[in-house]
Design a protein around this ligand. Structure first.
Ligand code: MGD
Ligand code: MGD
Ligand code: MO
Length: 740
């Protein structure tokens, strides 16, 4: 999220594409409504369903799932045709927009209408409203990401903002609404299998930096890998761990895992039934030698498996029984206090992990930097300090426990629209939660990213210089006159390193400073680079151009590619998926070979999309254990349009079978509603306990069966994974329905 929820109140238009905040972020949605009421903001919603968010919209486009790229290119085409683009912003602060302009020209309103199903007139109206009401905020969440082209979706939306000059301004930006509590913090701490905490790439220099900061031997770290080179390879993802168990047998996708398969799975706070291909997940669970579930509730993984032995449920304490920092959707750090002692025999996750480390023989190394002289763990303060001392890449240096606690104690003293601490209070001059980057212990945090109208010491910055100084002969640094105000440089500058700091900042280092300083701003344990940069109003990570071309990706600029299972095989021929990708996070992953193998829509003619309900969360284990929340929607259902229902002789609340191209099926209620189109059904994914008509809830230990149980949408969610991130394509698949 470049800006923050309160900042949305400053928008003149809000373009929501692939999110349903009225349901999924109902508290945050208050800011959207305030923008409408107080600022006259125009609310635009693009969604395959008429959602509760759409009900509040001024403009609504009902799009075919998986066609957001054509829609946004269509907008850009009209923007360029009418000269609505921000020419100065494009000239000074971007790279590669010419390529975008060429691609956009192909997407005339008529072509867009054919591909997306949105009338040309609606596209024109929405584009004009969004272009003429600036600043405008773009908002998305899972509607854009859960596709084979999800990563391209998340690139094209920012490009739209760059073209309109809506980036780096209050009321603008890309506001990607995060999911779980602390999902931002989890990703900052390397829950992705291809990086170290703080998004540091896994290479020798970064591993050595971490080894030094953790006070462990680099060789010891490396010795824990099966072979040294495995230290640098991405691991399996949550989406496809089961392929690691199935190991290419019975026609399953093959793996590259040093010649071995996965034997054990430890699940810490994931519902498991929330991933696609549940029939495969079940097979994977059954094939494990050891399954350990750390959860405050009985995790459904233990219920849907046929495995009888070596399944362990370890009672994890909840967030109310422990303390520490979490990170909000807008990059603000938040201190959290323990409310009650862990109940019964439950333990906080970190303590369970410490016990595990003891038994695996590396407790000493794991906890070395967070123990006091007597060997007692200083939780969570020391852990917070460790994070602050290491993670320079996203600027967590300023996040000391003392500052975060002060913010927690004074959270009524911040302005919700600017996040600024109020004058005369002890948090004056700081932004709530010190949103990262917070470069030093004196830095106030950065409420809106890439804002060059503020000095760096007040949260200003340009774009990060991450991809070299030039590409194809073009300078990648920002243009002259385009730098955070009040700094030592008035134009672009490179990321700051030991060997350029004197030149860029116009300073002379002492011998001692030079000696202590790390090689780059991101690995400078001494903190001197950041301190010097702050004195001179320079962002340590440089001031570069935002690039529209990613030269290391298969699609250097975002390209439309039809979903793997498309109702338009004619368009799959024209906009085919990717070449198959061997060794995609260790698993062979099919794209074109599957997509073009046959016209799935002949047998499975209905679009299948999935998402959320307001009363349930995620895989649903926690919320379905609540009687009150379960009463709202006690049974799993599918949203089906009245015309489609009539065609199949289905009446409201009848049972229907939904069949997927993988040969799986689920039996659910039909909720007959006009919010979906007649060619599309919508499934909420919060249920579990039944597998393809089979009731498995007898596996719940006595007294733990939730109030609501049912089929998981993910049993019929289709095969398909994003080309970069491997997120499952749960938002655009195909299915067939039949009255049960
Ligand atoms: N009550 C509740 N709140 C939650 C959660 C919950 O489970 N319950 N989960 C939290 C989590 S983890 C997350 S990640 C967020 C997710 O928040 P959202 O992304 O808002 O959640 P979804 O309902 O999955 O999907 C959003 C919308 O995308 C639409 N959509 C589907 N396919 C497409 C497409 O191809 N294009 C476009 N433009 N739209 C599409 C769907 O119809 C849906 O309305 O919510 C968080 N908040
Ligand atoms: N079809 C379809 N599938 C989807 C999505 C979709 O839109 N469509 N959305 C995807 C997205 S964005 C997400 S984030 C996932 C969400 O899916 P999950 O990550 O599976 O979400 P939850 O159900 O919230 O699972 C969290 C588990 O953690 C447990 N838990 C809660 N607190 C603690 C704690 O402090 N410690 C431990 N150890 N456990 C705890 C809960 O009891 C629960 O069992 O679903 C994904 N799956
Ligand atoms: Mo999520």
């Amino acid at each position: 999220m470049t800006n923050h929820l309160g900042d949305i109140q400053n928008a003149k238009s809000i373009f929501i594409i692939g999110a349903n905040p009225a349901v999924n972020h109902p508290v945050g949605f208050r800011h959207f409504l305030k923008a409408k009421e107080n600022n006259g903001a125009k609310l635009i919603v693009v969604d395959p369903r008429y959602t509760r968010t759409a009900a509040k919209a001024d403009y609504f486009a009902q799009i075919r799932p998986g066609t957001d790229i054509p829609f946004m290119y269509g907008m850009m085409n009209l923007i360029f045709e009418n000269g609505w683009e921000d020419k100065k912003f494009i000239e000074d602060r971007t790279y590669g927009i010419d390529e975008i302009r060429k691609e956009a020209a192909k997407w005339t309103p008529e072509v867009v209408e054919d591909v997306t199903g949105v009338p040309a007139a609606t596209l024109k109206e929405i584009t004009e409203v969004f272009a003429k009401n600036r600043p405008g905020s773009v908002v998305w969440a899972m509607g854009l990401t859960q596709h084979t082209i999800g990563s391209s979706n998340t690139r094209i939306a920012p490009i739209l903002q760059l073209i309109l000059g809506n980036m780096g301004v209050s009321g603008g930006g890309c506001n990607i609404l995060r999911g779980h509590d602390n999902v931002q913090g989890a990703s900052d701490m390397a829950n992705a299998p291809d990086s170290l905490p703080g998004y540091y790439a896994k290479n020798e220099a970064t591993w050595k930096y971490f080894a030094k900061m953790w006070k462990v031997d680099y060789e010891w770290l490396q010795g824990n890998f099966v072979k040294p080179e495995w230290m640098f390879k991405p691991g399996f993802t949550l989406a496809r761990w089961w392929a690691g168990v199935l190991d290419g047998k019975n026609g399953n996708d093959t793996i590259e895992n040093a010649g071995d398969s996965l034997k054990a799975l430890i699940v810490i706070g994931n519902g498991i039934t929330s991933t696609a291909q549940q029939a495969k997940v079940q097979e994977g669970l059954d094939g494990l030698e050891l399954l350990v579930l750390l959860d405050p509730f009985v995790n459904d993984a233990g219920v849907i498996t046929n495995k009888k032995d070596d399944v362990y449920l370890l009672p994890a304490a909840t967030q109310f029984e422990t303390s520490g920092t979490v990170v909000a959707t807008n990059r603000s750090g938040q201190w959290r206090s323990q409310v009650v002692e862990p109940l019964f025999e439950s333990m906080p996750d970190h303590e369970i992990l410490f016990e595990l480390a003891k038994r695996l023989g590396y407790y000493d190394e794991l906890t070395r930097t967070i123990r006091d002289s007597e060997g007692k763990i200083e939780w969570p303060e020391a852990a917070t300090r460790e994070i602050a001392s290491i993670v320079k890449s996203i600027g967590l240096t300023g996040w000391t426990p003392e500052r975060l606690k002060r913010h927690q104690a004074n959270w009524d003293k911040f302005d919700e629209k600017t996040l600024m601490g109020k004058e005369g209070t002890e948090v004056a001059g700081e932004y709530y939660g010190l949103p990262w980057p917070c470069w030093t212990e004196k830095h106030p945090g950065s409420p809106n990213l890439y804002d060059i109208n503020k000095p760096v010491m007040q949260g200003g910055m340009g774009f990060r210089n991450r991809f070299g100084l030039e590409h194809n002969g073009v300078n990648q640094l920002a243009g002259d006159g385009s730098a955070p105000v009040g700094g030592a440089q008035s134009g672009g500058y490179p990321e700051i390193k030991k060997d350029n700091i004197e030149k860029v900042l116009g300073i002379t280092l002492t011998d001692e400073e030079r000696e202590k300083m790390g090689a780059t701003w991101a690995t400078d344990a001494s903190g001197i680079i950041a301190e010097k940069c702050m004195e001179k109003g320079i962002a340590p990570y440089g001031n570069a151009r935002a690039r529209a071309i990613v030269w290391t990706f298969v699609d250097q600029i975002p390209q439309h590619r039809e979903p793997l299972h498309t109702p338009r095989q004619d368009l799959a021929q024209k906009y085919p998926s990717f070449e198959d990708k061997p060794n995609h996070y260790r698993v062979f992953t099919k794209y074109k070979s599957l997509q073009l193998s046959k016209d799935f829509s002949k047998e499975f003619p209905i679009n299948l999309t999935t998402g959320r309900l307001v009363n349930f969360s995620g895989a649903g284990m926690e919320t379905r254990a609540s009687m009150y929340l379960s009463r709202i929607t006690p049974e799993m259902f599918a949203d089906i349009h009245p015309e489609l229902a009539a065609k199949h002789g289905i009446k409201n609340w009848d049972f229907v079978w939904i069949h997927s191209p993988e040969g799986t099926k689920i039996k659910v209620r039909a909720r007959v509603v006009p919010s979906v189109k007649p060619d599309t059904i919508f499934l909420p994914f919060h249920w579990a306990g039944y597998m393809q008509g089979v009731d498995m809830t007898g596996n719940f230990p006595d007294g733990t069966k939730p109030y609501a149980v049912g089929e998981s949408a993910n049993t019929v969610a289709n095969y398909g994974y994003d080309i970069v991130t491997q997120i499952p394509e749960t938002k655009s698949g195909l299915c067939r329905i039949e009255k049960a």
